[in-house]
Design a protein. Structure first.
Length: 165
């Protein structure tokens, strides 16, 4: 896509969301490695402020970035269709590279890396790019119900059985 065709508002929003993610990472790097130790470090108003900041950043910047990642996949698909180029080899090569970089980054730099997760999720999302919205909504509802059945309900049952009170 040439610079004249780019949506500069999308680029600005992507940059803003990355800035928010960087701020969150700075916050994470400023504390001890184990999150379980935060109770020993942060008390009172500082703990409340930490939770508010975390909620605002995770609740705002990560979803914006995730939406823009998916939107970028969609734009690349549309552009490849206009040019008559096969989308799948190109996008899977890009996602494989992103996954590889995520693995390297996750193992050697920061265990909280998001690149691998985005690459993996993107590879799954690409498989559904031609599916109509109505079918996607139905599939999302089914997957949500399955998640509840497979993850949440067993956890609740386990908690009820092993409740020490």
């Amino acid at each position: 896509m040439s610079s004249q065709q780019r949506l500069h508002e999308i680029d600005a929003l992507r940059g803003l969301s990355l800035l928010g993610i960087i701020l969150m990472n700075i916050l994470v790097f400023s504390f001890p490695y184990e999150e379980s130790m935060l109770g020993d470090v942060v008390h009172g108003f500082d703990a409340v402020l930490l939770h508010v900041i975390t909620l605002l950043i995770i609740g705002s910047f990560y979803p914006i970035f995730t939406f823009l990642f998916g939107y970028g996949l969609s734009i690349m698909y549309d552009n490849s269709q206009l040019k008559g180029i096969n989308y799948y080899p190109i996008i899977f090569r890009r996602l494989f590279f992103l996954m590889f970089m995520g693995l390297l980054h996750g193992f050697f730099v920061f265990s909280g890396d998001i690149l691998f997760g985005y690459a993996f999720t993107g590879a799954i999302a690409v498989l559904f790019i031609k599916v109509k919205a109505k079918r996607l909504i139905k599939a999302a509802i089914i997957l949500f119900i399955l998640k509840m059945l497979l993850l949440v309900i067993p956890f609740v049952v386990y908690s009820l059985i092993n409740n020490p009170y």
